[in-house]
Design a protein around this ligand. Structure first.
Ligand SMILES: [Zn+2]
Length: 357
């Protein structure tokens, strides 16, 4: 591009307010220098997560700042695919209506679908929580209804981007992110590359076999980490054990959830501590096994694990470290993410911005 063309293009971008003029600190010479910077408010990208019981979404501006976030609860797992898409479309339209006044230019929508995602095929590949979405061309349907470019990604990939931006504050070289919830999943980045594996299956650590006990798992297998150590597993085990621990705070609850068990552990409840330690011991063994394979600089757990309290988390860290060689332990940081909501939709929007810019 020659000099007049650069000037013409810059003028057009300035007129469109996509870039701004900014005084530079270097003021030597006769003329005050001015630089051109991207206008963070010039445009935005939308992030969306469609889950079985919630839809979450956010608006992220060109400076990667989350300016709006929203959440909608509902029985989306009981709806037909068309109804799920309709719910998502009206949710996104309500989200867009909240875009700041000077930031109405939407670059597109990056969406995370439940279960396994065929990114190139723009559809859901397998999903135990919303099986009727399997094979549905979700991205195409959203694109048609929203009249926006739509990009489909996986929760695992979105989580890595969010953690890098908001927790590590820099691109990580070697990072393991563990998403601890009703299920357990992981995201891996090695030597600067985001690892997806065959069919985006890398990181499905919830289905790592950790015992020969025939404990059934939602995947159809038995003895999986998720069946022993997830929040869903903690709730199930607590319901079974509570009769023998009448003094436990958990015995007073009409319905026990995984978070109740973690909180009981944080409060020093004997049953809560016992169940959480058993679960974390399995988790530590699995995470240490992956750490041995990939040699991470960072291991980050999702914010939800902090419900167990700092003492229990430090116990988990010590269990992981005790299984690693000195060289692997040196300089390894193990932490809890500060992102307490919208991690999937924010990460997806960050990916969308990366693609657009
Ligand atoms: Zn499984």
């Amino acid at each position: 591009m020659n000099a007049p063309a650069v000037t013409r293009t810059a003028t057009e971008l300035l007129n469109d307010k996509l870039i701004l003029e900014k005084p530079l600190s270097d003021t030597s010479g006769q003329r005050r220098k001015r630089g051109l910077v991207l206008n963070p408010s010039a445009a935005h990208c939308l992030g969306l997560l469609i889950g079985p019981t919630e839809i979450e979404g956010c608006i992220v501006d060109c400076a990667y700042r989350t300016v709006v976030r929203k959440q909608l609860e509902g029985a989306f797992d009981a709806m037909k695919p068309r109804q799920v898409v309709q719910a998502a479309v009206s949710f996104v339209n309500r989200l867009r209506a909240q875009a700041p006044g000077d930031n109405k230019r939407c670059l597109g929508l990056a969406a995370v679908a439940p279960g396994l995602t065929d990114i190139a095929g723009r559809r859901c590949l397998a999903c135990s929580t919303m099986p009727h979405l399997v094979g549905v061309q979700l991205a195409d349907m959203l694109e048609k209804n929203l009249n926006l470019p739509v990009f489909l990604t996986t929760g695992s990939q979105a989580h890595l981007r969010a953690v890098e931006r908001l927790d590590i504050n820099a691109p990580a070289n070697n990072m393991l992110f563990v998403f601890y919830s009703q299920g357990i999943g992981a995201s891996l980045k090695m030597q600067g590359a985001y690892i997806r594996g065959k069919d985006n299956l890398a990181g499905e650590i919830g289905h790592m076999p950790v015992t020969d006990e025939p404990i059934p798992c939602g995947c159809g297998g038995t003895g999986c980490l998720e069946a022993l150590a997830s929040k869903a597993a903690l709730a199930r085990l607590a319901r079974q054990a509570v009769r023998e621990f009448a003094g436990s705070s958990l015995a007073a609850l009409s319905e026990i959830k995984g978070d109740d068990v973690l909180k009981a552990a944080a409060d020093g409840d004997r049953l809560g501590v016992r169940l959480t330690r058993d679960a974390f011991a399995h988790l530590a063994r699995a995470v240490a096994g992956i750490a041995v394979c990939m040699a991470p600089d960072h291991i980050v757990f999702s914010h939800s694990i902090s419900a167990a309290g700092d003492e229990m988390f430090q116990w988990l860290c010590a269990e992981i470290r005790s299984r690693l060689s000195g060289q692997l332990r040196d300089g390894l940081s193990i932490s809890v993410s500060t992102i307490n909501s919208h991690i999937s939709s924010m990460g997806a929007a960050f990916m969308g911005l990366d693609l657009a810019m």
